[in-house]
Design a protein around this ligand. Structure first.
Ligand SMILES: [Zn+2]
Length: 450
């Protein structure tokens, strides 16, 4: 048996792992590389395997960097089924359609090629099969897979694949502690080999207990400055967590400043509908609110702007106001329109709430750039830029170590993926010290025998 690392190696995006059991070729995730823009060159490369030979695709969760190249996989000849949790099966097509819209826009405007078209998306949708958490899926030939809750985004999972007497764990992305709405990350089973994400393998987040207070203080600050508070929204999860916290601050604590709040992202608006459809996935607190009839993703100050026209009308509303708009790393989407208008406004505030990949506009602003290019226009940055780690959808080093140690029997080998080299390497050292496992930071396209 062997595993080949086909993406997210010594980098955070482009997740794709090939597990060849000798009788079956199983692909786990098929995500997009995200860098400067949606046309990050490597996405257009041929896959390092023949898609026609892949028997089955297993998906951990619906983030673009885990599902974004699936329609391309179909286009390039993959004919098998795609298994994922039910919610992921509904969220992934939203992600594909959103990516397609952005690529089609870039194609019209700049002549960039598209990775896939609507027909590929339709075929990909028809191949998706929903699975329940904890229900082993028989893949034939003494091979099975089970999805367990990763607590990362709605419907997210880590997957354990058993082949003969070998069990391989694929972490997908592991969630932060005590995330609103979501259940906690489940314990890892007894796996022999683990592919473990390491996005924040070298970082410890701020104390999460203060999450709501941090949000409130940032909003109050922004309101005092009088301008626009911009939050580049990761349409899956961070947006819904934000809405959940804002709902609490607005309806229960009654401490939220009375300003208009805009959810300016069709993708986030559609994704929020999927959250409302699967109350079984809620944690205890969210279930309690749901049973009491509280629509905890909606409150009186919230305005959703679905159409382009509605979005443009936000400009006419005087500050202070808060706008959540995609994309989360500012590499496309409506946030760019707000950024081009308000980054240069010293009364405005930009709040960065999640991981920013190298090369993205969000990363540049996070690192303190005072002069950036937005939609081909030079913009001087005068607004206040703030970042909050506690709102990350990823667990930090402490959480990742705890999760690896949650198995009754520590994995024998751990491959740290989905992290920049310094983060992956530090996590690998820590896991080795703490659990005496052999650890590795594999290279892109490296193949290992197991
Ligand atoms: Zn993710």
């Amino acid at each position: 048996m062997h595993i080949q690392f086909c993406g997210a190696n010594r980098g955070v995006t482009g997740s794709c792992h090939l597990f060849d059991t000798g009788t079956k070729k199983i692909l786990v995730d098929c995500g997009m590389f995200q860098g400067g823009d949606f046309n990050e060159g490597r996405n257009h490369d041929d896959f390092p395997f023949d898609p026609k030979e892949i028997d089955v695709l297993l998906v951990t969760h619906a983030h673009l960097d885990h599902v974004g190249r699936i329609p391309k996989l179909i286009r390039d000849g993959f004919t098998g089924y795609i298994y994922m949790t039910h919610a992921t099966g509904e969220l992934a097509p939203l992600i594909w359609e959103d990516a397609y819209q952005i690529m089609a826009y870039d194609n019209r405007k700049f002549g960039y090629p598209v990775l896939f078209d609507e027909q590929d998306i339709a075929v990909a949708k028809s191949r998706c099969k929903g699975v329940d958490y904890h229900a082993p899926l028989d893949l034939g030939g003494n091979i099975s897979a089970v999805w367990k809750d990763a607590g990362h985004i709605f419907g997210s999972a880590f997957i354990e694949v058993s082949a003969g007497n070998m069990v391989v764990g694929f972490s997908g992305d592991i969630g932060n502690e005590d995330v609103p709405i979501l259940k906690d990350t489940e314990s890892l089973g007894d796996v022999d080999v683990l592919l473990c994400e390491s996005t924040y393998g070298n970082r410890i987040h701020e104390d999460i207990d203060t999450r709501r207070q941090i949000i409130l203080n940032l909003i109050k600050d922004g309101v005092q400055r009088g301008g626009t508070i911009m939050i580049p929204a990761f349409s899956l999860e961070r947006t819904q967590e934000f809405l959940y916290e804002l709902n609490k601050l607005s309806e229960y604590d009654e401490t939220l400043p009375n300003i208009p709040i805009f959810l300016d992202s069709p993708l986030a608006i559609d994704a929020t509908k999927v959250y409302k459809k699967y109350p079984d996935y809620y944690d205890v607190e969210a279930s309690r609110l749901h049973s009491a009839g509280d629509d905890f993703l909606d409150f009186s100050q919230l305005h959703t702007t679905y159409t382009k026209l509605e979005s443009q009308q936000i400009n006419r509303i005087p500050g202070p106001k808060l706008v959540m708009a995609g994309a989360g790393m500012m590499n496309g989407g409506r946030i760019l329109h707000h950024a081009s208008r308000y980054l240069s406004d010293s009364n405005s505030t930009l709040i960065i709430v999640g991981y920013q990949a190298e090369g993205t506009l969000g990363r540049k602003l996070y690192e303190g750039a005072r002069h950036v290019k937005v939609m081909n226009q030079e913009v001087d940055v005068h607004c206040m830029v703030k970042a909050i780690g506690a709102l990350s959808a990823h667990g930090d080093q402490r959480k990742l170590l705890k999760w690896v140690g949650s198995a009754k029997k520590a994995p024998k080998q751990v491959y740290c993926v989905h992290g920049e080299p310094v983060a992956a390497t530090e996590l690998a050292h820590r896991i080795k010290d703490q659990y005496k496992a052999e650890t590795f930071v594999p290279e892109y396209l490296e193949k290992i025998e197991i």
